[in-house]
Design a protein. Structure first.
Length: 375
């Protein structure tokens, strides 16, 4: 905590010059320009992009990257709106700085100083301007923002939107921190998620960051938290593990799926987690095998949904068979819908219709054929 406080104090001093220059500017628009980190681009006036994240303004909001304006490298430009001497709005651009901008241009400033100033705004402004100060702080070149983001996340006096945004950007920053800083972040996040006085939304955000921390630290912490006596924390830790491809996390998910004594909510998370990006044929087989004799309706529904999303010939065949033989009519209905989503052809669905003996099954097949939409 002392180290993080020291980092925050140093950042505040570093950003003082930018703060003073903006403060001296008259009301209206003030432009703050500084170097962008690698991978940041835009057109300077309607959109910017950093990695998979992007912001679009006005008519460019539907731009998909194809046939739109070129994404050019260039500095970050923060357009500050002042009224009555106070900052009331921030808007961030990247790329070439357009000529003839209205308002006050305070000139280029050091990126590290700009980042520190912006993090200071995130920690002091109210409402949307506080949240909007976070992104440009992270986009600044050679300006590690992890310590400042963690300070914001831990600050209980800040609005939830600001803290959640800080958590989201902290997760993206985690790949670039040193081992020592990663250890400090994990320790601070662990303390936060264990604190039942914190809003669940903030604890959930912190758990998500733990799942994205580099190396083994975050996963090891989540494995420990899953055994917490706090039911909410145990369940949410399992959800965070479900978002990881780490072999240990996958092993825990399989263990929970097999354990029919585990709480239903945890088993649902584990079932859905197995069907995510790292699912294997063995995972699908485990889910199909688990369905037989499964007493929980919610778990059976989760299994049918998971296998539908996975698709593949083996799962389609199993879903069609389940649609014919499942004991519960609701399971049959879900299996029919799932088979159609998984890729069952119209002929297979029509054959299912012909063999059905009850009205609800026939209606479910008709609905699936309507969604299929072919001749």
């Amino acid at each position: 905590a002392t180290l993080l406080t020291g980092c925050a104090a140093g950042a505040a001093a570093q950003g003082q010059d930018v703060r003073d220059r903006v403060s001296r500017a008259p009301d209206g628009t003030v432009h703050v320009v500084f170097a962008a980190r690698a991978g940041v681009c835009g057109d300077g006036q309607s959109f910017l992009r950093s990695g998979t994240s992007s912001i679009h303004y006005g008519s460019g909001s539907t731009w998909s990257g194809e046939g739109g304006p070129a994404c050019l490298t260039g500095p970050v430009r923060v357009e500050v709106t002042k009224a009555g001497g106070a900052i009331v709005a921030l808007r961030t651009y990247a790329g070439p700085v357009p000529a003839g901008l209205d308002g006050t241009d305070i000139g280029r400033v050091p990126a590290a100083s700009a980042s520190a100033w912006l993090l200071g705004l995130a920690g002091s402004l109210e409402g949307r301007p506080a949240r909007d100060a976070i992104m440009p702080a992270v986009l600044a070149d050679s300006a590690p923002a992890a310590a400042g983001l963690l300070t914001l996340l831990r600050d209980g006096s800040r609005p939830h939107e600001v803290r959640a945004s800080a958590a989201s950007w902290l997760g993206r920053e985690s790949d670039d921190v040193s081992d020592a800083e990663a250890s400090r972040i994990v320790a601070a996040l662990t303390t936060l998620v264990r604190d039942a006085r914190e809003p669940q939304r903030i604890r959930h955000s912190a758990l998500s960051v733990l799942g994205r921390m580099p190396g083994a630290r975050g996963i090891e912490t989540l494995l420990s938290l899953r055994r917490s006596d706090d039911p909410w924390l145990a369940k949410e830790s399992l959800e965070a593990l479900a978002g990881s491809g780490d072999p240990r996390a996958r092993g825990v998910l399989r263990e929970v799926v097999r354990d029919r004594s585990a709480p239903d909510s945890q088993r649902e998370y584990a079932i859905k987690g197995l069907a995510r990006n790292w699912a294997t044929a063995e995972d699908a087989e485990l889910l199909r095998r688990t369905f037989a004799g499964e007493p929980s309706s919610d778990a059976r529904e989760a299994i049918l949904s998971a296998l539908s999303s996975l698709g593949g010939a083996e799962n389609v065949a199993w879903l069609l068979q389940t649609a014919r033989t499942a004991e519960h009519s609701e399971d049959r209905r879900r299996a029919i819908s799932g088979a159609q989503r998984a890729g069952a052809g119209s002929a297979a669905l029509a054959a299912l219709y012909e063999s059905a003996t009850d009205r609800r099954t026939k209606e479910s097949v008709i609905a699936a054929l309507v969604r299929q939409g072919d001749r």
